[in-house]
Design a protein around this ligand. Structure first.
Ligand SMILES: Cc1ncc(COP(=O)(O)O)c(C=O)c1O
Length: 404
C-alpha cells in the first residue's frame, strides 16, 4: 500500500461521512436515555424506537379501556404483524409469516415439522459454529446431526453444504449471517443445492432481518425464523418471526398442538384440527404489548429502505476495517469477520487474547457498549439506523488505547 492509497484515519473522515449520511436523521427516531453512551450492541438488543414506544403505549391504553374486549383486535396480531413484515423485510408473500414465541421455539416447531414430513430421511445438516440455541434445539430432535464447519470466520458455501448432502438428509438449517463472525451466507445458492438433494432449507435470519436485503421467495426458501429484538428494535424478548413458504404449509405438521393453531379456536372442540396455513404454527396467547412494539419499528425500517440501510452498513464496515488495519493488528488483534464488505453483515468481530478486559474497560472508561463472546471476541454491532460514523471512529480509537 502506497502512502497515497492509505485510507484516511483521522476523525474528520468520520465527521464528513456523518454529514453526508442520508440516514443520519433516523437516529432521532430512537430513544437513547444517555446521549453520551456509544451504543454498538444493536445487533443484540436494538434501542427502542419512538414509534415502537408509542405503539406499546397505545396497546396499554387499549388494554385499560377495553379490558377483555380488546381481544377482538388482538387475536390475529401475530398474522397481521407477520404480513406487514413479509413484503418489505423478507421478500415473502402475505400469509407466509407469523410472529410468535421465541426464535428457539419457532426453530423447534419448524425443524420438527420438516423432519416429520421428510421420513424416512432422518439427517439434519447444521453449522458447528452456529448460535448455540440452534445447535441445541436440533440436537434434541430424533435425527442424526451432521455438522459442517467452515472455520469460524467464513460462512458456509454452496460447495461446503453440497459436500455433506445425500439421500438421508431431511433438512439443512443455517444462519443467514453468522452471530459471531457476521459472515453472510449465499442464501439462494445454498437453498438451490439443498433442494437438488431433495431436502428442505431452514434459515435463521436473526442477524440479517432489518439490516440486510432478504428475498425468501426468489431464493426458494422453505422455512425461516429470526429475532425481532435486534435490528428490528421490537424490545427485549419480543416474539420472533416464523416463515413457511405457501407451498409447504399443507405438508407440514408442527409438534406443539396449541389452541391458537386450532382452526375453530372457540368451538373448544375435543380434537386438534389445525389451520391449513401458517397459523397452525401458532401455539398460545400472543404477547400483545411486545407485538405492538414490533409494528412500530417495522415502519421505521421500511421508511428508511433496506437498500439504503445495507449501503450504510457497508460504509460503516469499511470505516471500521480501515481503522482496524491502520491501528490494531500490531496490538494483538485479529479479525473475527470477513475483511471484504460484501461478505459481512452489520456486525464485526474483533479477537484478542485480552478481549474480556478490553471489553470491560471499553464500557467502564469509554462508555462504549459492545459485547464480549467467549473466549476472545469483542462484537461490535454497526446498526445503520442508529450508529454514527464517529461512533465507529471513537470505538476503534478506544480499542487502540486500551490494548497493551
Ligand atoms: C442467531 C440466533 N438464533 C437464535 C437466537 C435465540 O433467540 P431466542 O432467545 O429469542 O430464542 C439468537 C439470540 O441472540 C441468535 O442470535
Amino acid at each position: 500500500v502506497t502512502a497515497a492509497a492509505a485510507p484516511v484515519v483521522d476523525r474528520s473522515r468520520a465527521e464528513n461521512l456523518d454529514r453526508a449520511d442520508p440516514l443520519a436523521r433516523f437516529r432521532e427516531r430512537f430513544v437513547f436515555a444517555d446521549p453520551d453512551v456509544i451504543y454498538l450492541c444493536g445487533n443484540s438488543l436494538g434501542p427502542p424506537s419512538r414509534a415502537g414506544v408509542a405503539a406499546i403505549d397505545g396497546a396499554i391504553a387499549a388494554w385499560s379501556r377495553r379490558l377483555v374486549d380488546g381481544w377482538e383486535d388482538w387475536l390475529d396480531l401475530p398474522s397481521r404483524i407477520g404480513d406487514r413484515m413479509a413484503g418489505p423485510l423478507l421478500g415473502a408473500r402475505r400469509g407466509e409469516v407469523i410472529v410468535s414465541d421465541s426464535t428457539s421455539v419457532n426453530l423447534y416447531k419448524l425443524a420438527a415439522a420438516a423432519l416429520g414430513a421428510a421420513a424416512p430421511r432422518s439427517v439434519i445438516v447444521a453449522d458447528a459454529s452456529d448460535f448455540p440455541t440452534d445447535r441445541y434445539v436440533l440436537a434434541a430432535l430424533p435425527a442424526a446431526l451432521r455438522l459442517i464447519s467452515d472455520g469460524g470466520t467464513a460462512a458456509p458455501t454452496a460447495a461446503s453444504v453440497a459436500a455433506v448432502l445425500d439421500a438421508d438428509v431431511a433438512l439443512v438449517c443455517l444462519s443467514h449471517i453468522g452471530y459471531l463472525s457476521g459472515a453472510v451466507a449465499d442464501m439462494a445458492a445454498i437453498t438451490a443445492v439443498v433442494h437438488d438433494a431433495g431436502a428442505l432449507m431452514l434459515w435463521d435470519l436473526s442477524h440479517s432481518v432489518g439490516c440486510y436485503p432478504i428475498d425468501l421467495e426468489s431464493a426458494g426458501v422453505d422455512l425461516a425464523v429470526g429475532c425481532t429484538y435486534k435490528y428490528l428494535s421490537a424490545g427485549p424478548g419480543a416474539p420472533a418471526l416464523l416463515y413457511v413458504r405457501s407451498e409447504q404449509q399443507r405438508r407440514l405438521r408442527q409438534p406443539i398442538w396449541g389452541w391458537f393453531g386450532q382452526r375453530d379456536q372457540f368451538a373448544m372442540g375435543p380434537d386438534y384440527d389445525p389451520w391449513p396455513d401458517v397459523r397452525q404454527f401458532l401455539v398460545g396467547t400472543p404477547p400483545v404489548l411486545a407485538l405492538a412494539g414490533i409494528g412500530g419499528s417495522i415502519d421505521v425500517v421500511a421508511e428508511a429502505g433496506i437498500g439504503a440501510i445495507r449501503a450504510k452498513a457497508l460504509a460503516l464496515g469499511e470505516l471500521a476495517m480501515d481503522l482496524y488495519r491502520a491501528w490494531l493488528p500490531g496490538l494483538g488483534f485479529r479479525l473475527g469477520s470477513p475483511l471484504e464488505g460484501p461478505a459481512r453483515g452489520s456486525h464485526v468481530g474483533l479477537r484478542h487474547g485480552d478481549a474480556q478486559r478490553i471489553h470491560r474497560e471499553l464500557g467502564a472508561a469509554g462508555r462504549i457498549v459492545t459485547d464480549f463472546r467467549f473466549p476472545d471476541t469483542i462484537r461490535m454491532g454497526l446498526a445503520p439506523l442508529t450508529t454514527r460514523f464517529v461512533d465507529v471512529w471513537d470505538a476503534l480509537a478506544a480499542l487502540r488505547q486500551l490494548s497493551y
